[in-house]
Design a protein around this ligand. Structure first.
Ligand code: ADE
Length: 226
């Protein structure tokens, strides 16, 4: 999978993909991420990419021209499956969306800033609008990093243990069960006996039950989804 990201602050996206699973995904050639400075397509030599909004009001708006030029140039290099704008008024990002995006070949992510991007870009180019939650961040860069991480770890071959993404929280609309590691007794805080029993069927049953209990307590709404 190849992901292009358009941003006015590429520095914010320098570190998130250089460690751990995202690093491995790229080293294995399963994922490539290219971060582009939108100012490369600025309307003047001062790197202008935003302007005052028509109708008045505080806050700048990202202009049509730099975004259009950037999108058209990148679209000449790749056929994008989705052009995604990160925005608080987009559809809420969840595991289902991550799963479906992980099946795509080429994604273009657009990080908004200031008051947002000119509406005409959304109308003309954007195929999907995604929010990472009901709160407003100062830009789309952190949401973009979250998207890339959530999608990248699902690509076949990225995780060492192929089953591990399947047992993540949300994959079957259930939260993950509790997990423990050594020592078995730390300050008198004990690991449940069942996990030491060696009975894999019973352990699996216990995990399923714990997942269900946890989901019912913390996220009963997930049990209502089909
Ligand atoms: N940009 C600013 N806030 C955001 C959010 N919650 N989700 C996606 N993009 C955003």
């Amino acid at each position: 999978m190849h992901i292009d990201i358009l941003t006015v602050i590429p520095e914010l996206l320098e570190s998130p993909f250089q460690h751990s699973i995202m690093k491995r995904a790229q080293e294995k050639g399963l994922l490539t991420v290219q971060v582009h400075q939108l100012r490369k397509w600025a309307v003047n030599e001062y790197g202008m990419v935003d302007d005052y909004q028509y109708g008045g009001g505080a806050g700048m708006v990202m202009m049509c021209e730099p975004l259009t030029k950037a999108i058209e140039e990148l679209s000449g290099l790749r056929q994008f499956d989705e052009i995604i704008f990160l925005t608080p008024d987009g559809e809420n990002f969840n595991q289902k969306t991550a799963n479906s995006l992980s099946l795509k070949e080429n994604l273009l992510l657009i990080c908004g800033h200031y008051k947002g991007i000119d509406e005409r870009i959304r109308e003309q180019f954007v195929t999907k609008e995604i929010s990472i939650g009901d709160y407003v961040l100062s830009g789309g860069e952190l949401p973009a990093a979250i998207l890339v991480d959530a999608i990248g770890r699902l690509l076949p071959g990225v995780l060492n243990d192929e089953t591990s993404a399947l047992t993540d929280s949300f994959q079957d609309n259930l939260l993950a069960p509790p997990v423990y590691t050594r020592p078995v007794d730390f300050r008198g805080w004990k690991v449940p006996d069942i996990l030491m029993s060696g009975d894999h069927r019973k352990i699996e049953e216990w995990r399923q039950e714990q997942s269900y209990i946890r989901t019912k307590e913390r996220r009963p709404d997930l049990l209502d989804d089909e």
